[in-house]
Design a binder for this molecule. Structure first.
Ligand SMILES: CCCCCCCC(=O)SCCNC(=O)CCNC(=O)[C@H](O)C(C)(C)COP(=O)(O)OP(=O)(O)OC[C@H]1O[C@@H](n2cnc3c(N)ncnc32)[C@H](O)[C@@H]1OP(=O)(O)O
Length: 154
């Protein structure tokens, strides 16, 4: 079970291609807390998100959804650490400092991919997260991510 409201729907003014509700041509992923330091996201690919062979998901799309799922997790965690509901008060904004993706198996285009993110460590300026992407019941990609806090006018 997770909270009813998606993290992305609580972050204001987000036009990001991967996770921005304001980007009507974007992927519009939705992430949810499942525990203290863990979030999940289910993304349903469209046929045009394919790799060379039409049955597999493009690697850049895989990287994008892993990037956005983890960075939104870091942002929501920033609000939690500040003792505020996500999106309230002064804006808290993180950017990707590092995204290290390992592609372990091809992900299928015709079924949803399941992502999990886990916060490993946090400090004032950065959050270290791990992400896993599953398709067809197997782990297809893992990522090591550093989210870096940036000014709210970034
Ligand atoms: C709601 C919006 C969701 C958006 C989701 C999508 C996210 C994105 O795609 S963002 C776009 C892609 N990312 C970017 O364009 C970022 C470009 N880079 C930058 O702006 C800067 O280099 C930035 C912000 C990452 C770091 O800024 P800078 O002022 O150099 O930070 P700096 O003070 O050196 O580092 C802060 C901390 O982060 C660490 N850090 C920074 N980069 C890295 C890295 N690549 N690897 C490891 N650690 C890093 C530093 O070691 C430092 O750690 P500590 O506090 O322990 O000393």
């Amino acid at each position: 079970m997770h909270e009813p409201a998606a993290i992305q729907d609580q972050i204001p003014e987000n036009h990001c291609y991967g996770c921005g509700p304001e980007n009507d041509r974007g992927l519009q992923i939705k992430s949810y807390w499942t525990g203290e330091d863990e979030t999940v996201c289910t993304f349903t690919p469209s046929p045009h998100h394919c790799a060379g062979p039409t049955q597999y998901l493009n690697g850049g799309i895989i990287a994008t959804v892993m990037d956005c799922h983890t960075i939104c997790t870091a942002i929501a965690d920033g609000y939690r650490q500040a003792g505020r509901a996500t999106g309230t008060g002064d804006k808290i904004w993180y950017a990707t400092g590092k995204l290290d993706v390992q592609y372990r198996a091809p992900a299928l285009i015709d079924e949803p991919v399941e992502l999990t993110a886990k916060i490993l460590e946090r400090s004032e300026r950065k959050t270290h997260l791990q992400c896993e992407l599953k398709s067809g019941g197997r782990v297809c990609a893992t990522a090591d991510v550093i989210a870096v806090r940036v000014p709210d006018n970034w």
